[in-house]
Ligand binder design. Sequence first.
Ligand code: HAM
Length: 417
Amino acid sequence: MQTIRGFRDILPETIRLWQKVEKEATQLFEAFGFSEIRIPILEKTELFARSIGEATDIVEKEMYTFEDRKGDKLTLRPEATASIVRSYVQHKMYASDPVRKFFMTGPMFRRERPQKGRYRQFYQIDAEVFGIDSPYIDSQLIFILHELFMRLGLTGLFAHINSLGCPGCRPAYQKALLEFLESKKETLCENCLRRMDKNPLRILDCKVIECKGALVDAPSTLDHLCPACTDHFETVKRTLENQGVDFIVDKTLVRGLDYYTRTAWEIQTTTLGAQSAVAGGGRYDKLVAELGGPPTPAIGFAIGFDRLVEVLEQIEAPLEKPLDLFIVSLGETAVEKAYLWSCELNRNNVRTELDFRGKSMKALMKRADKLKARYVLISGENELAQNTVLLRNMATTEQVSLKLDHLVLDLIRIIKK
Ligand code: HAM
């Protein structure tokens, strides 16, 4: 039996990098006032269709959607934002305090064509902020991403930022864009032509080479922003500059989801081939109201956890946690004693292993080497007869004889020193 295409196991060899990222991210989010939220993996299909947008790749062709036994249409979450907004509205969180900051980590599902950095089950670290329309929050979220990547030792990542305008200035832009697209109709692919009525902005994100070529001179949202959107974007840029966060204003950045307004961004790397976006986010000031809540500004981002780990793997060997102690115990009495000592040591956070397979001294020493034990405790019939054991420091090969009375306490003292 094999995993399904696009789904994979994350094996213990790489899990330490995942844990390291998660630990750093959690610490950072907590310092910035975020609380963890956990949301279901399965939601009503309608939630994603309405928030991500009917005419997006995700909703049109990538969702894992099925009818359950009662005929309800359900979808494995392709992202977290829609569910977190649903939760904010469902629990009327806005009533007691509209300002909320959440983060979460978990699997998402999109039926895309799998390749390096692109999976059908992938993981995101997601953050969302509700109730603040100030541009400083936009800068702060980009700053948090920048800080996290610095803490992980990553360089060569760039924030591409753009402003997509608001419902006030979007229609004039859309008109200008449609006029331009009309003039390029001959060159555009079928998919783009179909999207001209439904969602012309999405055409700017088409990956077909001919379309990309035709769209080089397409009008940009930045030239059509209303004064309020312009001010907002200027403040975001200015504060990022003041904080030393490198960014590129990228007028071609439109993002693959429809809910965005104003600031949108991606963090891109040059080291992952085609799948260059390590994180993406933006403002979505209309979504809370669209999903039945009161008008509430909101903004967030998601990090592609799999991709971030792949970038880290390029600069960092998988982290190994060496074993503290291996017990070489020879003979039934010695094994039983070793078992009891090992459990006591484990309870006290000393990483201890022993082998129950009745192997020879030579084989056991080999195993201690393989497990990279810092210390080896040798307990044979002779040692036990003298009420002692031998402790060897594997780095210095120094050996000391220890008495069995208070052995566990002595070991903890020496090993944790
Ligand atoms: P997104 O750009 O669709 O945004 O996804 C965010 C990140 O998830 C991407 O930049 C990428 O690193 C990773 N990702 C997406 N698809 C895959 C895949 N098939 N395999 C591996 N990694 C993938 C969102 O999902 C928004 N919900 C972000 C957001 C939060 N906007 C506001 N709040």
